[in-house]
Design a protein around this ligand. Structure first.
Ligand code: NDP
Length: 433
């Protein structure tokens, strides 16, 4: 805490991982001797830069940009860029730290990193977004590359923003280096199923959890928080598997529709018009909008938090438990607070942490890198099948590791230990560098 002052989210993420590692460190004392834990907690590089950009009226604004290159033992740094006013170093470091373990869990050759800016894309014109992305990339370009560091999207960064950044990178370097960013459009090197991957992957992971008790999504009531990239495609996959999503949210509040939220309407509202969630209720008599309310008050059997960190606190956990929720799988990064997770454990609510359940996004980004490297383009079905296999594999790894370390069903412990062992063994093999 003294070494990283004021970085509350980073402390929270590190504490959660370290709390799980006791059994593995006592079993493998060489990890301690080789200083693996302090080495994992310290980013390899932290780049902070100024981003000046001009709005449509010609006024100049200054934002702060970040790229934290956390660990590259397993491959090039890999992780998204977040544009949101809440971004500061502590958020980027927590996300980068989580990313190391998540990427290790996928079994793919990708290191961990994260970046972003305190720029607020809300209410900005398309031209303002473009100018900001170009300025951001002007500063970042010298630090990334397909063998060095491969950023992607996150909150506030989708295909449009990746496009403007890719265009600027191409202009600055004079190279068509497809593999330098993932989350690209399908016409210019993107992968089919990448847009859907995080949401689909979260639902695939939850499906594996349900299978253990002979259950499925069929007929289940589901609450999905958020209404961005992850939430929309979680909604789609839940629908495909026969479940009903009865509530979704954004930062203005939540909507409830017991008939089930309509995907096409929600896509049009959020992806095309970039509107507010209350507009869904204005257009649907069966839906109601609750401004600034807590979405976890809506009764459900399965909860998928897909918005942002610490959105599901102890109050939310208690409400879910009281209403009979039996499974929580995190589509977002660290959406549940530590006391919420303790409450789930104490009440036998099956709980999947984001670093396992939402790893489908980065895994499919790694598939995009493979396609770029071979100048290939796979079908949607093939890519989705690979994603499904990867999620089944991550679930198995977490489950088996938790059992091996005497905590059957504890996906937090399973994910942290399984990710850590792959990292630690690789760092040992590469020596003290
Ligand atoms: P988007 O920007 O597409 O959507 C974010 C959603 O969350 C929006 O509905 C937004 O509402 C809501 N939200 C964001 N911040 C807050 C807040 N402070 N309070 C309430 N609601 C908020 O982002 P993504 O869907 O891509 O990301 C969602 C989560 O999933 C993040 O935690 C991200 O790190 C994680 N994730 C994303 C991956 C991806 O592939 N995209 C991969 C793995 C994890 P509003 O529009 O009102 O701000």
């Amino acid at each position: 805490v003294r070494r990283n002052p004021g970085e509350a989210e980073f402390h929270q993420a590190v504490r959660e991982v370290l709390e799980s590692l006791g059994p593995v460190v006592s079993k493998r004392p060489e990890y301690g001797e080789m200083g693996i834990i302090p080495r994992i907690c310290e980013p390899n590089k932290q780049i902070i830069f100024k981003v000046n950009w001009q709005d449509d009226r010609g006024r100049v604004h200054t934002n702060r940009g970040f790229r934290v290159q956390f660990n590259s033992a397993l491959g090039p740094y890999k992780g998204g860029l977040r544009f949101h006013p809440s971004v500061y170093l502590g958020i980027i470091k927590f996300l980068g730290f989580e990313q190391i373990f998540k990427n290790a869990l996928t079994g793919m050759p990708i290191g961990g990193g994260k970046g972003g800016s305190d720029f607020d894309p809300k209410g900005k014109s398309d031209n303002e977004i473009m100018r900001f992305c170009q300025s951001f990339m002007t500063e970042l370009a010298g630090h990334i590359g397909h063998d060095i560091d491969v950023p992607a999207g996150d909150i506030g960064v989708g295909t449009r923003e990746i496009g403007y950044m890719f265009g600027q990178y191409k202009k600055l370097t004079g190279r068509y280096e497809s593999g330098v960013l993932t989350g690209k459009g399908l016409d210019w090197g993107g992968s089919r199923a990448r847009t859907e991957a995080t949401g689909y992957g979260t639902v695939f992971f939850a499906e594996e959890m349900l299978k253990l008790t002979g259950e499925s999504f069929d007929g289940k009531k589901v609450v999905v928080s958020g209404s961005g990239n992850v939430a929309l495609y979680a909604l789609e996959k839940v629908n495909q598997l026969g479940g009903t999503v009865v509530a979704m949210s954004d930062s203005s509040g939540y909507i409830v529709d017991e008939k089930g939220i309509d995907l096409a309407q929600m896509q049009e509202l959020k992806e095309t018009r970039r509107g507010r969630i209350g507009e869904y209720a204005e257009a649907n008599a069966s839906a109601r909008f609750v401004p600034q309310g807590m979405i976890w008050d809506v009764p459900c059997e399965i909860a998928l938090p897909c918005a942002t960190q610490n959105e599901l606190n102890i109050g939310g956990a208690r409400a879910l438990i009281a209403n009979g929720c039996t499974l929580v799988a995190e589509g977002a990064n660290m959406p549940s607070t530590p006391d919420a997770i303790r409450a789930f454990r104490a009440n036998d609510v099956r709980f999947a942490p984001g670093k396992a359940a939402n790893a489908g996004g980065v895994a499919t980004s790694a598939l995009e890198m493979q396609q770029n490297a071979s100048r290939d383009s796979w079908s949607f079905e093939h890519t989705e099948e690979r994603l499904h296999d990867i999620m089944v594999g991550i679930h198995e790894r977490c489950w088996a590791t938790a059992e091996e370390y005497g905590a059957p069903g504890d996906y937090v412990l399973g994910a942290n230990i399984a990710g850590f062992i792959r990292m630690a063994d690789t760092m040992m093999a590469l020596g003290v560098i």
